[in-house]
Write a protein that binds this ligand. Structure first.
Ligand SMILES: [Zn+2]
Length: 178
């Protein structure tokens, strides 16, 4: 594990002071090389894992659909329609739901496009799964945590695009179109 991620393990669970099972105070202990929050009373171990998110590359002609972020992190920046999976939700269901929530469009999910290890989201370590999709219905209208939703041609993309994984996916989509 890199020093960067060891640091994250300490930083992210700052709010977690007490064991969610028995209420005793949690302490950081090393399990091998990895520091974890553990409960000395009941043995509970807080395993911190990456969080999966899904995103969609949706093209109309030679343009790609992007949304403007309403909330931090990166509020005001643009990105693919994307979001975190709900617990128990399938990746495909999450994809369809997020696109609908943020753009009001109904999509037919397409091929897996990219899987990306996202290291630059301050909230957590994200694994972003990006799919292609085909728009089948609906009028474009931003909603939920999107301020705006718009199709952009690849030679006039917005200046600020949030998150490296989204930048890579947009670049890869551009290569496919060209
Ligand atoms: Zn406990």
């Amino acid at each position: 594990m890199s020093d960067f991620w060891k640091e994250q393990v300490y930083i992210n669970p700052h709010d977690f002071k007490y064991c969610p099972k028995c209420g005793s105070k949690l302490k950081i202990k090393n399990e091998g090389d990895i520091p974890r929050l553990m409960c000395a009373t009941c043995g509970f171990i807080f395993y911190q894992n990456p969080i999966p998110a899904v995103g969609a590359v949706l093209l109309r002609g030679n343009k790609i659909l992007l949304v403007k972020r309403k909330y931090e992190p990166k509020a005001g920046d643009w990105c693919l329609p994307a979001g975190f999976l709900e617990y128990g939700e399938s990746i495909i269901d999450g994809l369809v739901r997020e696109v609908k929530e943020e753009t009001n469009l109904d999509i037919k999910p397409g091929k897996l496009f990219q899987v990306c290890n996202a290291m630059d989201d301050p909230r957590t370590h994200v694994v972003l799964v990006v799919y292609r999709g085909e728009i089948v219905n609906g009028n474009l209208k931003p909603g939920d945590d999107a301020l705006e939703a718009e199709f952009f041609s690849f030679d006039s993309l917005p200046e600020k695009i949030a998150f490296t994984c989204h930048i890579w996916a947009i670049e890869a989509a551009k290569k496919e179109v060209n």
